[in-house]
Design a protein around this ligand. Sequence first.
Ligand SMILES: *Cc1c(COP(=O)(O)O)cnc(C)c1O
Length: 445
Amino acid sequence: MDTQVKSSLAILGGEKAVKSDFGDTFVWPIVTKEDEDAVLDVLRRRAMSGTDVTKKFEAEFAKWQGTKYALGFNNGTAAIHAAMFGCGVGVGDEIICPSVTYWASALQCFSLGATVVFADIDPKTLCIDPNDIEHRITSRTKAIVVVHYLSHPADMDPIMEIARRHNVKVIEDVSHAHGALYKGRKVGALGDVAAMSCMTGKSFAIGEAGVLATDNLEIYERAIALGHYERFGEQIQTESLKPFIGMPMGGYKYRMHQVSSAMGLVQLKHYDSRCQEIRRGMDYFWKLLEGVPGLKPHRIEYPESNMGGCYAPRGHYCPEELGGLSVTRFAEAVRAEGFERCYPACNSALHLHPLFNTCDVYGHGKPTRIANSSRDLRQPEGSLPVSEGIGARTYTIPWFTHYHPEVIEECANAYRKAAENFKELLPGDAGNPPHLGGWHFFSHG
Ligand SMILES: *Cc1c(COP(=O)(O)O)cnc(C)c1O
């Protein structure tokens, strides 16, 4: 670079790496006449609040997921709430959840009278660190919530071993990783129960919707009992639930909208092949960046595994290989190259949010996190170092939902240029702001 008079970096006046029109590269989900017809049929039959299409969707989903039962919900938050109730999470109980995830992996426990203990994440997988779970288990721990974060399957084998040894249930939050494989097995069929979002923007995107999947009849029926009054009837087999049929035990109404289940039936048929196309693009992107300093793929390394639809893809950032260049300045340079969706960080660490520290949600006269527990288990700054520092070591990469090699090449070149010319970026680097990342992220139309 020192032979050049002018910088090649667009942010310093050079030519942009990205020149092509993206076309449909980032369009998702794929909606065809088949989806439209299915949805219109529901509308024309005025069947939006029925359950006939939803029950068909659930049967197909269970087959695809490889579980005995699947239950539709109006969103993922409700499905995870029901999974917690299904596992018996109640007053005074604790769940263990990674700190770096979307709030709906954990927060519903408050309304069950329970509380959450956060575990740190593994710096490579970005999922819950299996080595940071066991010492957090107490006699009150009812469930471990595992999030297959940013499509990366969590390391389920050691997690299940720990959970079995302590008689604790495992809830998989599959909202980022529908269809991903862990050592030859589909995530969502590995724990005691799985729950997931299917909102538009996720990789399995069918509107506002959620699904709970399990092999366990009692968990399934408790999930029905919480928020599906119209199904909470004579067919229920769990003795402890029978006296209360007819009313939702939680006082919630969580039914799935049939416009979503109609779309879900269509999307499910095409989902695996569409995911294959996504993975082909993501693999190509990372192949083009092999050997570039500072940039490492966030990718699954277990055998016979994959990252499903590669939702919310990120890369690892190693500033020590780039003279300490901040990820904030790096992302700014990538955006200037013509890929405008490159931002630093991922979800912020939940344990630092005031809601988990000072907020008295239900009028107990003290913070809910403490009120719902027999002890003060708040976790101060410094207690989960990987979670707290991960924002400075991650950045978004393009989600290539359609395979167009020339677009992928140009985008990869934007990242390559910014990294390889890091020395030119150092003088203008103001560093990272004190807080990186956000409490939620998703793309929506
Ligand atoms: C989106 C999301 C949810 C919540 O799902 P909704 O459908 O938005 O209610 C839960 N967990 C994770 C990890 C998510 O990304």
